[in-house]
Design a protein around this ligand. Structure first.
Ligand SMILES: [Zn+2]
Length: 370
């Protein structure tokens, strides 16, 4: 049945202080406010002199955790969590991409034992008694928007599954966006994180939790990404494009922080866990096909997609993917004989419940697309 366009009741929340500006990394001490700092980052940043740069910005961390791997698992997080001395620090500063910020969110939860957090994540207990350590996020990529959400992604590579720690107090205290930090991002990471942000925008539109505020941010973010990403990919040193992409990820975060993701992400996790497909590609190649199936189901969704793409959103998204050289065909990422297993994993994932599209139709479109 087609939804009408009348506005239904909704709420919208974003309890995160946002600071955006070139050179803001040098001003971090203003937001740390004399508290004792634990740094969560990746090894590469430490090797490239992060601690010296922090000292130059008048920050002397009490400890630095840098062994965060991409797509962190529960066991990796447990090992780090149990060696943290929580009496040493008052605030966590996460400097890195999505995996660093997701890990920092988990570490910000102060529970008696990590096993309780783990059981909560796995759904084995329904309540978790905890407090949180304040978290300041400094994203170094433009795309995941983890700094603007109250959940963290955790992986189980044996089960080929993705889990989420979602708590009402998991919002960071502040996000510091300094586009200069993204200048050295290589092309592939720029591409993947940019597509992740585009997916976050569109996923918050074709979403049962969408509201007029989230959709307005999503439209703005998606337009900015479509207008900027191709130019940036052909000129990685373009400062204006770097600024615009970082701003687009703020819009994306403001959109999907209140809706969560949906079908494209539900499809992605198996491809990432089993075949190592980068998240930004795994969660975006299906966008034109979802746009195709989503047409005509909901008036606000149609209106939002038309505002972004004009006529025929599905074909416009395909053309965009062709421009940036990314395949939108499922068989690029999945062997055909593994299709049933992909379908099974998608139906097991919670994010599918946020979607508005009939899954049987979508699977058929994905299977036969050429
Ligand atoms: Zn994503």
């Amino acid at each position: 049945m087609r939804n009408n366009s009348s506005v239904t009741n909704f709420s919208y929340q974003i309890p995160v202080q946002i600071y955006f500006g070139r050179g803001y990394f040098q001003r971090l001490a203003e937001w740390v406010r004399g508290r004792r700092v634990l740094i969560i980052t990746s090894a590469g940043f430490v090797e490239r002199g992060l601690v010296d740069k922090l000292n130059a910005a008048a920050i002397w961390p009490v400890a630095v955790v840098s062994d965060i791997s991409p797509n962190p698992t529960l066991s990796q997080m447990a090992a780090i969590y149990t060696r943290l001395d929580r009496s040493q620090f008052d605030v966590i500063l996460a400097i890195g991409g999505g995996s660093v910020m997701d890990s920092a969110k988990v570490f910000s939860v102060d529970a008696p034992h990590f096993s309780l957090i783990s059981q909560y994540i796995l759904g084995e207990i329904s309540h978790l008694h905890y407090t949180t350590t304040p978290l300041i996020c400094v994203p170094t990529t433009a795309g995941t928007s983890s700094e603007l959400t109250p959940w963290a992604t955790i992986w189980d590579m044996d089960l080929k599954q993705k889990f989420s720690l979602h708590l009402p107090d998991l919002w960071p205290e502040a996000c510091i966006y300094d586009p200069e930090l993204t200048h050295s991002l290589p092309r592939q990471l720029t591409l993947q994180t940019g597509l992740d942000a585009l997916s976050h925008c569109l996923e918050s539109i074709w979403n049962i939790q969408a509201n007029p505020i989230s959709t307005a941010f999503a439209i703005q973010g998606a337009k900015l990404i479509l207008a900027t990403l191709p130019d940036l990919l052909s000129d990685l040193d373009n400062q204006q494009c770097r600024d615009q992409m970082m701003l687009a990820t703020v819009y994306a975060g403001l959109a999907f922080s209140n809706t969560q993701t949906a079908v494209a992400h539900a499809i992605s996790y198996y491809l990432t866990a089993k075949y190592g497909v980068a998240h930004g590609i795994a969660c975006s190649f299906s966008l034109p096909h979802i746009a195709y199936v989503a047409q005509g189901i909901s008036e606000p969704v149609d209106a939002a997609l038309n505002e972004i793409f004009g006529q025929n959103p599905s074909e416009k998204i395909k053309a965009f993917f062709d421009t940036i050289g990314v395949s939108h065909l499922l068989w690029t990422y999945l062997p055909q004989d593994d299709f049933p297993e992909l379908c099974r994993s998608v139906f097991q994932n919670n994010r599918i419940k946020n979607g508005i599209v009939p899954m049987d139709t979508l699977f058929e479109v994905l299977r036969t697309a050429c």
